[in-house]
Design a protein around this ligand. Structure first.
Ligand SMILES: [Zn+2]
Length: 291
């Protein structure tokens, strides 16, 4: 087994446990620590952004790398985000250990790559409680008048099938959706078009056989509630460009939000292709100018 695959499995085993503020608060906190440690070990600067919700304080975990010698004050960071809480009763391997894994692999594989823009990797808390962590984060950015290059949000990104009939058409989606569940969904809104294009191009170049399906919605996706179901919507609502990458969750994965959302149901080759796509997107959007 390759070193990368061994590391990926080790991370997934650590992350895919129930992480819920009421039913598994200890695991939720331990996951925040695990992520902080892993980002720090790759040389990223880690801070917690605390927010109040449901009578308690919770942390979003933020890991930052700035360009060397940088004009960091004028630079707009590129954000990559995923959530670290789960619903009650589910170990959340696809939702959202798969997204967290992409953050951890980005931290590892980009640690020595020169940058032109800062990169912020963010693990949000309480997505499952109504996007509370990402809403607190985006609200604070807006108040501070912080500009960003955009936010790439990893929703469920680890489940794929190759049989016909393994993909359902999400309600109201105005484009034909393949019936084989092995593509990555890229969902943006109109102000996010350049971000969407960068991710599409990255997927095509880095993993030519990887299928993607792009949907760009008007406004903040108000007419299609299913496209607003993750942390990117918190950024859209505050006027920031953001894109969601998704395996389409319950429209493909029968284990969605179930006790059976376990590591052995994930497709690690699909997850590898998502990792490659996100790394290539970061290099296009925040890498050295000559790339
Ligand atoms: Zn979920």
């Amino acid at each position: 087994m390759s070193n990368d695959r061994t590391r990926i499995i080790r991370h997934l085993q650590a992350l895919a446990v129930e992480r819920h503020p009421e039913t598994a608060p200890k695991a939720l906190l331990e996951t925040a620590h695990y992520l902080s440690d892993a980002f720090s070990q790759c040389g990223w600067t880690v801070t917690q952004q605390l927010f109040k919700a449901e009578g308690r304080t919770y942390p979003n975990i933020l890991a930052i790398r700035n360009p060397a010698g940088g004009k960091r004050d004028s630079a707009s960071p590129l954000l990559i985000g995923a959530h670290y809480d789960t619903v009650a009763g589910s170990p959340g391997a696809d939702d959202n250990a798969s997204g967290l894994l992409v953050l951890l692999e980005a931290a590892e594989r980009l640690k020595n790559i020169p940058l032109s823009q800062p990169i912020w990797l963010i693990a949000f808390c309480l997505e499952e409680q109504g996007l509370l962590g990402s809403t607190a984060f985006a609200t604070r950015l807006r108040k501070m008048k912080q500009r960003i290059r955009g936010a790439i949000i990893l929703e469920c990104v680890g489940y794929a099938r190759h049989e016909d009939g393994s993909q359902r058409q999400p309600t109201g989606v105005p484009i034909p959706v393949p019936t084989v569940g092995n593509f990555l969904g890229i969902v943006g809104n109109e102000p996010s078009r350049s971000l969407v294009a960068a991710v599409e191009q990255s997927a095509k170049h880095s993993v030519p056989a990887f299928q993607t399906l792009t949907l760009t919605v008007p406004g903040c996706g108000e007419k299609l509630p299913d496209v607003r179901r993750s942390d990117h919507a918190a950024f859209w609502d505050k006027g920031f460009p953001a894109v969601m990458l998704t395996d389409t969750a319950n429209f493909r994965n029968p284990h969605y939000h179930q006790p059976t959302d376990r590591i052995e149901t994930l497709n690690l080759d699909f997850l590898d292709a998502v990792i490659e796509t996100v790394i290539a997107s970061i290099q296009i959007l925040a890498g050295p100018p000559h790339i």
